[in-house]
Design a binder for this molecule. Sequence first.
Ligand SMILES: Nc1ncnc2c1ncn2[C@@H]1O[C@H](COP(=O)(O)OP(=O)(O)OP(=O)(O)O)[C@@H](O)[C@H]1O
Ligand SMILES: O=c1ccn([C@@H]2O[C@H](COP(=O)(O)O)[C@@H](O)[C@H]2O)c(=O)[nH]1
Length: 238
Amino acid sequence: MSKPAYKRVLLKLSGEALMGDDAYGINRGTIERMVADVAEVAKLGVELAIVIGGGNIFRGVAPGAQGMDRATADYMGMLATVMNALALADAMRHVGITARVMSAIGIEQVVEPYVRPKALQYLEEGKVVVFAAGTGNPFFTTDTAAALRGSEVSAEIVLKATKVDGVYTADPKKDPNATLYSSISFDEAIAKHLQVMDATAFALCRDQKLPIKVFSITKPGALKRVIMGEDEGTLVHV
Ligand SMILES: Nc1ncnc2c1ncn2[C@@H]1O[C@H](COP(=O)(O)OP(=O)(O)OP(=O)(O)O)[C@@H](O)[C@H]1O
Ligand SMILES: O=c1ccn([C@@H]2O[C@H](COP(=O)(O)O)[C@@H](O)[C@H]2O)c(=O)[nH]1
């Protein structure tokens, strides 16, 4: 039987994808499907560190944040990711996966703080680690948190599980003529201002020689195919 292509990965899960067809929030069926995909690869023995986005909650409250100072709005966004992380860990518990949530901002009564050696210990023990609250700093994104935590835990690759099936020449949701790359270099993705991830995340991964795979979290079996090293999504490389 073929073996997974990776021993340790950083999986960036789209917050927005969690809302499924709803206007915002967490759709029960969607989170269950996502967790079933995660459980399938965790059971293969792959060490999984997860960063979850917050768009499903944050974009729902965004109109109320209009006129607010940017840093305050960003802290609200980070808190949204904590809610998603808690929901994700709870859904994993239901399917027999042990997960630990670690937050980049101090809210000890709710979740334990991010401590790198502890995160590494959990991964070595086979627990799934969910990194909440992004980088802990405003003016960043959870994509950058994925690049940062992926580098810190020495993941072999960042897997960006999102709503589109890879990196396109333009946003495929806006441009019907956009075409899919099977691979692209960091320099080209940055130079072409491809918005599928922010430039800070691309630059950090490039500097750390940490490849990124962008693929669809809504496509059945895609996560497993990526983990098995099969042809799926777009590879962003040095
Ligand atoms: N060149 C491109 N190729 C692919 N997708 C692109 C491109 N440019 C823009 N996009 C958009 O980027 C989106 C993915 O990035 P985004 O960070 O917005 O979402 P996410 O990471 O899935 O969600 P969240 O921020 O809630 O975690 C896609 O849904 C797509 O519409
Ligand atoms: O390091 C970070 C991560 C996130 N934020 C804020 O949270 C929201 C939601 O994150 P997404 O990456 O868009 O899912 C983001 O828009 C920021 O406002 C942050 O400030 N710092």
